[in-house]
Design a protein around this ligand. Sequence first.
Ligand code: FAD
Length: 242
Amino acid sequence: MATVQKIRCQVERITDYGGHVYTVDLHPIERLPRFRPGQFLHLALDPYDASTFWPESRVFSIASSPIQRDHLQIAYAVQGRFTARMEQELAVGKRVWVKLPYGQFVIEDARDIVLVAGGTGVTAFTAFIAGLTPGYGNDIHLFYGARNPKLLIYQELVRKRADTIPHFHPRYYVEQSPGSDDLISPDIQVGRLSIATVWENVPAPSQKHFYLSGPPPMLKAFSHDLRERGISPEAIRIDAWE
Ligand SMILES: Cc1cc2nc3c(=O)[nH]c(=O)nc-3n(C[C@H](O)[C@H](O)[C@H](O)COP(=O)(O)OP(=O)(O)OC[C@H]3O[C@@H](n4cnc5c(N)ncnc54)[C@H](O)[C@@H]3O)c2cc1C
């Protein structure tokens, strides 16, 4: 396992998707340690001095691919005090500190899987999805839900990969009906993601392994519903955001 390293980064780009949801592109000033798709980093806004403690930070899934050695991307939604600070203080050119890699939410290749992503929770899967190749031999069903169509922020990446990878089957869900000026794809369903939806759309769902990532209440409800349907705890992996 790679040793955790503390790295200075410069903010390269911030993209505002509305609804207080952002992606942040970071340029690491020092060499990045190796990491695996599904791992996460700690981000600190205050300067770090190696002679004292690590400053207050929060953790974010690394959305970018480990193949990109000079770039990191995270996505965040404003929730509380720290992410409100991020919204106020992050700007292009600002220096921040990250430490990485952390986490074991790494997808095991050799089986058919169902990925369930709520909102920015999709970032736990984006590096894995970006690394898929056309010869990938197992079925991957992705259920990707967000509040509204604009917040399906990795839709383009997912669609591009689905075009070339026969075993990759994404489905999209939004909670709110699209506004009249929102042009959305006809394959985006309006309605909340649920395990019932997964059961309706995945062949032999009880044979699959499940990876869940998103807000804590969603994860709690989904893992409960999966267990109710007889899925063993070993077949349910959760990127717990608390
Ligand atoms: C594995 C993992 C991956 C995650 N990935 C993402 C992601 O990709 N995108 C995203 O938006 N969110 C992600 N989160 C959630 C994120 O880390 C924040 O917890 C969340 O955004 C809450 O925002 P906040 O800190 O502004 O809220 P706050 O209300 O300020 O704090 C939320 C929680 O942070 C902890 N906390 C509070 N104060 C401190 C402190 N001084 N030092 C350390 N911790 C403290 C407490 O547990 C508190 O309940 C992830 C969480 C985990 C565990």
